[in-house]
Structures are given as C-alpha cells and as structure tokens.
Ligand binder design. Structure first.
Ligand code: FEO
Ligand code: CA
Ligand code: CA
Length: 692
C-alpha cells in the first residue's frame, strides 16, 4: 500500500492466516505471523532422551535453606539518590520464613467466561477500576486523550499502548501512600487505534510513540483506598524510540553491534516488542525484548536472519519508510537488528538514569527475566525464548549481591555465566503418548542440566566467540543440545522455595510431520493449551543440575481435555489454557495469567490462583476474566491488601475503529458523547481489583 493512501492496513499481510482460532490481528501485529512461518529452529538438535531407569526424589534436591537465601535477597536497597528502596516490592521475606500460609485474599472462583463477553469479570465482593489507560496524560504539559486528534507529540507524553509487564513499587518513606508503576508497551493495534481518515505517516508516528516503556507515580489516601496515577509527578517518564540505552557486557562495543549512527556499538536507541519482565531484588525493572524481528526488513538470507525470523518482507507498521535503520539492507545498518532482543533494565526511581540492555543474558525473543539471589550471593536470572521449539536459559552473575549497595547490584547483570536447559524424563518413551496422559509413575518428571554457553568470560561453544554466542544465542544454543520447548513464556523463581516455574504456553507444531514429537517435558502433541514446569535446582540457584516435574498440563477437563493438576481432582479446577505470566502472592501461591484461551479452550483469558502446597496442591481457581479479545498480563498480587492488578492488553483487537469489538474500560454508551479523556474505542489499561 502506498504511504499516502488513507492508512489502511495492508497492515495485516497475513490476514486470513490463523492458528486454531487465534486472532489474525494478534498474529500479524504481535508476533509477525511467527506461527504461519517455518519454525525458526530447524537445527537437528533433538535432544530429549527419556531414560526409563533414571530415578530421583523431586523434593530431596532442594539442598539450600530457602529462608537463608531470602535474608540475602530482601536486604534494603538504595537509589542513586540515596533513598532507601523497598526490595522487589513483594514483601515476601517474613511470610517465606514462616512457610506457606493462608492469604488474606480470599475469594470464590468465578466461572469460566465466554470469549465474547466484553466485561472484566471479578469475584463476588470485589470491584475494579483502571489505574491508567492508553492515552492518559503523564506530564503536566501533556494533552488529554483525544482519540480523534492524535499526534505523535501528544502520544509521547501519554501512556503507551498494549501494556504488558507491570509492577508497582512503593516509594520509600511514603507510608504506603505513594508508589511508582512501571509498564511496558509491547505493540500497537493500528486497526482499532486510529480513524480511517488518519494519514499513514501520522499512524506510523503515533504508533511508534505508543511503544516503549512508562514509569508513572501513583498515590492513594491510605492503604484502604485504590491507587490513582499522578500527572506531572517527578518520577514520571516515557521511554521512546529515541531513548538511548547503554549496552553492557561482552557484546558492548563489538563489531556486531556497530552502526553508522553508533560507531561505539554501545548506545542503542529504543526498545521494541517488550513483553514480560521482572523486578530485581535491588528494585529495578527488567523487561524482555520479544518479537523485535517484526520491526525490521532484512536480507533474510543469513543463518542468523533465518534463526531470528528476520525477512525481506515489508514490516506490518512500515517504520522503515521513516527511519532507515529499520531496513538493515540500508548502508550502515546491517547490525541494527542485533541491537534488539535483549533484556532491558531500568531504574524507576531515577528518571534521569540511562537504561541498560544486558548482553550477558543473551539475545533471543526474551519473554522476560526474573532474578533471585542464590545462597552464594550470586544473582541468578531465568529467561525463556518464546518461540516454538526454542529454549530456556539461566544467567549466573560473576559478582555477588551486596545488601544495601544498589549501585553495585545494578552492575550484576553485566557479567556472568549463561546456560541453556536440557531436560531428561524418567518414564519410558512409550508411556508418553502425546495426549497429555500421565505416565505410569504418576508424574511427568525427570532430571536436567544447565548446559554452558559462556563460562568465566569465555565461550563454551566451539567455533563461536563470546560476542557471537551472546548476539546469536539461538545459533550457539543449537550447538550444545538443549531441549526444544513449547514456547517458554514467563519463568519465575518462588522466593518461598527456590523452585522455578516455567509457563510453556502452547506449541501447535509439536508432533507435526518433521517436527519433534511429545516428550515427558513437553508431553502433548499439537499442544494447544500449554503446561507449567516446576524446576528444583540441585544445590543453590547457581547449580548446573536440577530435577523437574510438571505442575500442570492445562485444558478444560469438562470439555474432555486430557489434563493434569499434580493429582488434584480435575473436576474441581477452573479450566485454564495458554499460561503466560506468573506471579506469587505473599504466602507462596502461584498466580497465572493467560493469553490465548479463546483459541485454546474457547473461553476468555484470565487470572488464576494455583495452590502449590498441601492437600490442595494443583488446585486452580479463576480470579478474573478480561474483556473481549483481551489478554491478561502483568499480574501483581498484593494479597495483604486484598488487591490485585493486571494489565489488560489488546481488548477488542479484532474489531475496527468504526466497529469496536470492545468498549473497555470507559464503556461509553452508544449515542452519547465521550467525556473529556474518555473514548468509545477500547483502551489497554492497568486495572486494580479490590474489595468493594
Ligand atoms: Fe509477548 Fe510471549 O508473549
Ligand atoms: Ca515420570
Ligand atoms: Ca507474554
């Protein structure tokens, strides 16, 4: 489509393509039609060997004192301004020392909600309101949202689109009345954001400004009142495509990172495709650059282009028309796509700080990253590569965490060892039927290894330098034989137990002709509904060996799906499909948000509590469901305040501007004029759910 014709989304080049019932809009705009293309991992690496004779005690391997580790993790931290910062914002220390307990957040599970219901459904006795919505003004000079008069200049000063990872950290000394909210903005849905009359160049400019990250201050009267955001507050910040990130670690300054705009190979403009994230023990935020390939036109012929899904096709948003760096075939920009696909770290308490991209954690489609401090003091970060048949990674810092030394701790992700996971099952291969039926020993379980990619500053991959391993991490991992997984989304360690939870969201291609079939760790062919892996490191978190088991194999038992919930009766769980983001409450329960349930079990996406301990281990209880076409992400569970936050991403994305599929969250009635700052169009929002 010409640049000047209305806009219209020729934008959806693959419209018509879907996997199952997945929205074609999601496929095109979020993942660059990843599922329609060939699987990026065509390596012959199949590596999962089921060893029938292997036996292990799943629980015996947790050889470290979790509470002891937590004492290290949860020491106080200090901002660069010298202000004390609450660690991680989770407040888990005391509860963790007491073991699992009863949460103050008690609720009756909601029923599963139909996928076309355009409401946010919460449990009886709870209510909800948005904390901040797409377009809400962040700075004092930001205009009120006006959907019919959008400009890039306005959007740069307003909350971005499609908020995904979210966290809320209390501002020290505020007695619980002030906090900072972080949200990233994964992608844009131009088809529902902009009027059809808007010029294409303006669509591109506003869409670009709606990407990036936001930090905004929140306030409330007291702990019993809901939060509101504060326009013009001192910590408010938008991170835009023009924001400069400092690349750290061995790839910084590498010839693989230099461009005509950045001969240093250390100063990268912008962050793209931000999906999940994590909050570090030292009070910074990590965010994962995921589907960055969809923003670049590339030759598409090299092994690395193919492995990362970079092609010569025009991109969906066509930013390459405005900025030559988005076409890596342009002179001087051959390396531009190498500058994305990293873990980003930002300091939400210092609006003048330079955000970082950490090359030590490798480059792939990072869903996010979550850090725990091992008993040894090393910071350990877990991160999944969300692509069919890609891998799970672990980073172990070279230096140790220092309690209270925030400046030092903010360097920990700059140097360390990088590993990739290999899983081995303990049941006979013949018992893994591909249906999800549990094998005869009653568990999907086994052992595993963290295979080294970088150790002590040196490459552990034959024929590749450290820089090459970190920039082309997928290619490096292919050489060492890790396990091909079913799209690892969030990976999160429990601060109660040290166990690590991995959300494998689905894999439509598992078991297809020519593709790896079901194994004990990914036990279902054409895996529609996903599963959750539970890893127990052998020793402290820096160990290179682990045991594992599946916490659950998702689905809807009432529809006849073969499911597994750690032995909990399947007729007593909320149906769940396509696990995506993970969080823990203060007493150690796991919370799971989903993305894709409409295409899985045919129900709305939602947020679910999962009991991990005691007689109810494996019990799934649905807490909320999001409006039509929406995905649930960024869960924050402040159960001590009986409050939950979620990001509602891409509500109504299958509609159009003129014929919305959702009216969330303003629900302006037809025939009435939206009030100032309201819109009839759906608006991705961070939502607070509380007693009331
Ligand atoms: Fe953006 Fe892997 O979800
Ligand atoms: Ca087994
Ligand atoms: Ca996600």
């Amino acid at each position: 489509m010409s640049e000047t014709t209305g806009r219209k989304f020729a934008l959806l080049p693959m419209l018509g393509h879907t996997k199952g019932k997945r929205s074609p809009v999601t496929c095109a705009l979020k993942c660059d039609n990843a599922c329609s293309g060939e699987v990026c991992n065509t390596s012959s690496n199949s590596y999962f060997r089921d060893i029938a004779s292997a036996t292990m005690s799943r629980r015996a391997a947790l050889g470290f004192g979790a509470a002891g580790a937590l004492a290290v993790v949860l020491g106080s931290a200090v901002t660069s301004a010298g202000t004390a910062v609450a660690d991680g914002g989770t407040g888990l220390a005391a509860a963790a020392k007491d073991g699992f307990g009863k949460s103050k957040l008690q609720f009756t599970a909601i029923p599963s909600i139909a996928a076309d219901v355009d409401t946010l459904t919460v449990p009886a006795g709870f209510t909800w309101q948005p904390v901040i919505r797409w377009g809400d003004p962040i700075f004092n000079d930001a205009p009120a949202f006006d959907i019919n008069n959008q400009t890039a200049a306005a959007q740069e000063k307003q909350f971005g689109y499609n908020n995904d990872y979210t966290d809320i950290l209390e501002v020290p000394g505020s007695k619980g009345r002030r906090a900072v909210l972080f949200a990233n903005h994964e992608y844009t849905n131009e088809n529902i954001m902009f009027p059809a009359t808007m010029p294409a160049a303006d669509v591109r400019a506003v869409g670009a400004a709606a990407h990036g990250l936001t930090v905004v201050e929140l306030e409330r009267q007291n702990k019993n009142k809901p939060w509101s955001y504060v326009q013009g507050a001192g910590l408010n910040r938008r991170y835009l495509n023009s924001t400069v990130y400092e690349l750290t670690g061995p790839a910084a300054g590498s010839s693989l990172m230099k461009t005509i705009d950045d001969p240093s190979g250390r100063k990268i403009k912008g962050t793209l495709g931000n999906c999940a994230g994590g909050t570090t023990p030292w009070g910074t935020i990590l965010s994962g650059e995921e589907n960055f390939n969809g923003y670049f036109v590339s030759p598409g012929t090299s092994a690395s282009d193919k492995r990362y899904g970079l092609t010569s096709s025009a991109t969906a948003r066509k930013w390459e028309l405005d900025d030559p760096r988005f076409d890596t075939r342009n002179a001087g920009y051959a390396n531009e796509a190498n500058r994305f696909g990293w873990i980003v770290e930002v300091d939400p308490f210092d609006p003048t700080s330079t955000p970082k991209k950490h090359s030590s954690l490798g480059r792939f489609k990072h869903e996010g990253a979550n850090v725990i401090v091992a008993e040894s003091g090393h910071a350990v970060a877990y991160s999944g590569d969300d692509e069919r048949f890609d891998y799970l990674y672990k980073f172990v810092s070279k230096d140790k965490y220092r309690e209270g030394d925030r400046k030092h701790n903010m360097t920990l992700l700059s140097a360390g060892n990088l590993y990739v996971a290999k899983f081995t099952g303990n049941s006979p291969a013949a018992e893994i039927t591909g249906t999800g039926a549990v094998p005869a020993d009653g568990a999907f379980d086994g052992t595993g290894e963290w295979l080294p990619l970088v150790v002590d500053g040196a490459s552990a991959v034959p024929g590749m330098s450290v820089e090459e391993v970190l920039v082309y991490t997928r290619l490096a991992a292919d050489k060492v034989g890790p396990t091909k997984m079913d799209r690892c989304e969030d990976v999160e360690p429990s601060l109660h137990t040290g166990k690590v939870y991995v959300a494998c969201t689905n894999n439509s291609d598992r078991g297809k002709a020519g593709k790896e079939g079901a194994t004990e760790i990914n036990p279902r062919n054409a895996n529609r509904d996903g599963h959750i892996v539970e890893i127990t490191e052998t020793g402290d978190q820096t160990a290179t060996a682990f045991t594992w088991n599946l916490l659950m194999v998702c689905g809807d038992p009432a529809q006849g799906d073969v499911t597994y919930f750690s032995g909990f009766p399947v007729d007593q769980v909320s149906p769940i499909s396509c696990p995506d983001n993970l969080a823990f409450d203060s007493v150690g329960n796991l919370w799971i948000s989903t993305d894709g349930a409409p295409a899985g079990i045919g129900r709305a996406d939602g947020l679910f509590k999962v009991t991990l301990d005691g007689a109810d281990r494996g019990k799934v209880e649905q807490f909320l469901a999001v409006p039509r076409d929406g995905e649930t992400c960024g869960p924050i569970v402040h159960d001590d305040e009986r409050t939950v936050f979620v990001s509602v991403q891409h509500p109504g994305e299958e509609g159009t501007f003129d014929a919305p599929n959702s009216y969330f969250p303003d629900y302006v009635p037809a025939g009435t004029t939206p009030a100032r700052g309201q819109a009839r169009a759906p608006r991705p929002s961070v939502v607070q759910v509380f007693r009331g």
